[in-house]
Design a protein around this ligand. Structure first.
Ligand SMILES: [Zn+2]
Length: 95
């Protein structure tokens, strides 16, 4: 299955609550899945050279869940569209 989005403990499919940190996992896991789907969709849009839509998908993923993959994807979409300075700035803003 997957890991707890908060403490990363391995979860069983039937777990509604994480046995380590006590967080209710269902909605958090749904958010993580949505964020992952948006990253996959961003990658597919990059392949199709639809850079603005790809960046939008990565940014929506970032809004759901901060991740290096989505941040990198958003920067790649900017680079592919020729916005080098903006891509560089977006990477420098990352924590
Ligand atoms: Zn946990």
């Amino acid at each position: 299955m997957s890991d707890c989005p908060v403490c990363r403990r391995a979860l069983e499919a039937s777990d509604a609550v994480c046995s380590r940190c006590g967080v209710e996992v269902k909605n958090l896991l749904a958010l993580e899945r949505a964020a992952r789907r948006l990253i996959l969709s961003g990658i597919e849009l990059l392949r199709q050279r639809r850079f603005a839509e790809a960046r939008a998908a990565f940014m929506r993923s970032l809004a759901l869940r901060r991740s290096e993959k989505a941040a990198r994807g958003a920067a790649v979409a900017l680079l592919c569209a020729g916005s080098f300075a903006e891509a560089l700035r977006s990477r420098q803003k990352m924590p």
